[in-house]
Design a protein around this ligand. Structure first.
Ligand SMILES: NC(=O)c1ccc[n+]([C@@H]2O[C@H](COP(=O)([O-])OP(=O)(O)OC[C@H]3O[C@@H](n4cnc5c(N)ncnc54)[C@H](O)[C@@H]3O)[C@@H](O)[C@H]2O)c1
Length: 270
């Protein structure tokens, strides 16, 4: 794997990965709809709106692997989710197929499973229970990945990222946190593991309070180094500043579940 494209390169995760992946691949091509400031001499940028297939094809042409971070990354109206995460994700996989790309690592989200109750432990073979239009769009991306893997032989890793930060900032994040280095490890498995066809894994560090069975990631050789428990005091301090929210606190997706919620939470979720 020598030539890799990273979409969403102007975003929060993309910005960190620009540094953390420096020198790992011979060419790390960066793309976003937003122009990138401060390009280093060895960085190449291709502007592309994911909603435009021709632009996406130009960004993809010539690479062997793609880290697909681009898109709307929180809950938004459908008029924003649809072009970036539905049409855009289709365009990304379709451009990958047309240009003979070997691997796609798709930044999925914990919000695909947001309506599971926190007392349950869920693996990647459980039914999806999205908590938002955003979560639905990520479930769609995972389905696209399976389709392009099974029909066309693309290698695809979907990472259901929990929360990417230097340390967990509240108690929900104690269960779903992933450190930047651990995400890099998973992305590299997605791009480089010799036997990968289609897998879904949780993007989580070594979190003692995890809600997820991440056996699929461990099977692929993932050995997380970040330990949420090392940051417990900070997370407790962050939690103390939050107003109680019984619906958010019941489900894995937190406020993504309580926003717009109507009815009796006891009868909802899984
Ligand atoms: N940050 C997290 O903890 C987290 C958790 C779960 C999943 N994710 C996923 O990881 C990815 C990166 O997250 P992030 O926090 O860096 O998000 P971000 O919002 O900071 O970055 C997303 C980038 O995508 C770009 N983008 C949006 N619409 C586009 C379009 N139509 N065409 C091209 N580019 C477009 C934006 O300009 C932005 O630079 C996202 O797909 C997000 O859903 C992130």
């Amino acid at each position: 794997m020598e030539k890799v494209l990273m979409t969403g390169a102007a975003g929060g995760i993309g910005g960190r990965l620009r540094t953390l992946l420096k020198g790992v691949y011979r060419e790390l091509r960066l793309s976003d709809v937003t122009t990138l400031a401060g390009l280093a001499k060895d960085e190449q940028f291709v502007a592309a709106d994911l909603a435009d297939l021709a632009q996406v094809e130009r960004a993809v042409a010539g690479v062997e692997g793609i880290i697909h971070l681009g898109g709307v990354s929180i809950e938004k109206p459908w008029s924003m989710i649809h072009p970036a995460n539905i049409v855009g994700c289709y365009n990304l996989f379709e451009a990958a197929r047309r240009h003979g790309v070997r691997r796609v690592v798709f930044a999925s989200s914990n919000h695909v499973m947001g309506f599971y109750r926190r007392r349950r432990r869920v693996g990647t073979d459980a039914l999806v229970r999205p908590d938002s239009r955003y979560g639905v769009s990520k479930a769609f991306g995972e389905a696209l990945g399976a389709f392009y893997a099974d029909k066309y032989g693309l290698g695809v890793l979907c990472i259901r990222i929990g929360n990417f930060t230097d340390k967990p900032v509240d108690m929900r994040r104690m269960s779903i946190w992933i450190s930047p280095d651990d995400l890099v490890q998973l992305i590299r498995i997605g791009l480089e593991h010799p036997d990968l066809r289609y897998e879904v894994v949780y993007g989580a560090s070594d979190n003692a309070r995890s809600w997820w069975d991440n056996a699929a990631a461990f099977r692929l050789g993932y050995r997380p180094k970040g330990r949420a428990e090392d940051h417990l005091a900070d997370a407790q301090a962050g939690q103390a500043k939050l107003a109680p929210n019984p619906i958010a606190d019941m489900f894995e997706g937190g406020p993504f579940c309580s926003d717009e919620f109507v009815g009796d939470p006891e009868t909802r979720g899984a």
